[in-house]
Design a protein around this ligand. Structure first.
Ligand code: 6CS
Ligand code: FE
Length: 303
């Protein structure tokens, strides 16, 4: 069943209804890898095939140790800068009030802007998405130790479709570790293969939902029953790796991360590339669009 939404621009069919009265799982209707087989790019063929199958690709070292130092120092500079803390793009931890994330970091920091334009990063995104790309969202996640809270299970695409108006699943994220991701300090967990099922969640999007959801997501959260079925069907993989390692993952993977009660921060930089063929339209299931720094409407391709 596909509902057609009526938006000021041309009406765009809602292929992935969500946030209605009931939770509904439907098959993905989009390719995972959009480039033609054998398309030139930094990702070898077998790795592209495993991305298609699993919904993710882990890379042991995407950036070198010396580069990690530059980015980690920049993260530390940003999170200790009172001006950044006062910026609405900074989200704090509910308990400790320490900085949890800083959004639009590729616009705030020239150092992180370099990363977006780095061919090792944007070249892989273009290869997966089969087109020019623009940055839909970027953030640094600090996840400091001693109790930093995690991110409950969710599909990013469910939110980016419902609240930011991305029509199709033609969006890919890269999470680059800036500190070591141990199996104990709240690493990323993905259900392998879950990207092929879209779980439309129940419950309407409250107004200004992002003010809460970026600390603790509620709307767009799967039910225990759905998570039990998906975890039983797909399993759960925990990603660990040294600083400089990276995980590329499809926008519709069911993923999350736990709290970090160790003394060791789990900090990463997270960049979301969207295809220029999948530009944001009106939100499909929210009263208003989220702010520009969370869901971009500047579709300038990354050169
Ligand atoms: O709502 C969002 O766009 C963000 N929230 C999470 C938990 N993951 C994706 C994204 O950074
Ligand atoms: Fe997420």
């Amino acid at each position: 069943m596909t509902a057609t939404t009526h938006s000021p621009s041309a009406s765009v069919t809602d292929l992935y209804p969500s946030r209605g009265a009931t939770e509904v799982a439907i098959p993905r209707q989009d390719p995972v890898v959009w480039s033609a087989p054998g398309a030139v790019g930094p990702i070898p063929g077998p790795d592209l095939q495993s991305f298609e199958r699993d919904g993710f690709l882990a890379i042991d070292q995407l950036i070198g140790p010396d580069e990690v130092d530059v980015y980690h120092r920049e993260l530390e500079r940003l999170v200790t800068d009172p001006v950044i803390r006062a910026d609405e793009r900074s989200i704090v931890e509910p308990k400790s009030q320490e900085i949890r994330s800083v959004f639009e970091v590729h616009k705030i920091s020239e150092v992180f802007a370099n990363l977006v334009h780095d061919e090792r990063i944007v070249g892989r995104a273009r290869q997966i998405l089969g087109s020019d790309v623009y940055v839909h969202q970027s953030r640094i996640n600090v996840k400091p130790g001693f109790g930093a809270s995690g991110f409950y299970w969710h599909s990013d695409f469910e939110t980016w479709h419902a609240e930011d108006g991305l029509p199709n699943m033609r969006t890919v994220s890269v999470s680059i570790a800036l500190t070591e991701n141990y199996d104990t300090n709240g690493g990323l967990m993905i259900m392998p293969g879950s990207h092929r099922t879209f779980l439309g969640c129940s419950g309407a999007t409250p107004k200004d939902n992002y003010k809460k959801s970026l600390q603790m997501q509620d709307a767009g959260t799967p039910s225990d029953e759905a998570l039990t079925k998906m975890a039983s069907d797909y399993g759960i993989k925990l990603f660990t790796g040294k600083a400089g390692s990276a995980t590329w993952f499809d926008c519709n993977c069911m993923h999350g991360s736990g709290d970090n009660i160790t003394p060791f921060p789990r900090s990463n930089v997270f960049i979301v590339f969207n295809s220029v063929e999948n530009k944001a339209v009106e939100p499909f299931a929210a009263p208003v669009r989220r702010p520009e720094y969370i869901g971009a409407t500047d579709f300038t391709p990354v050169r």
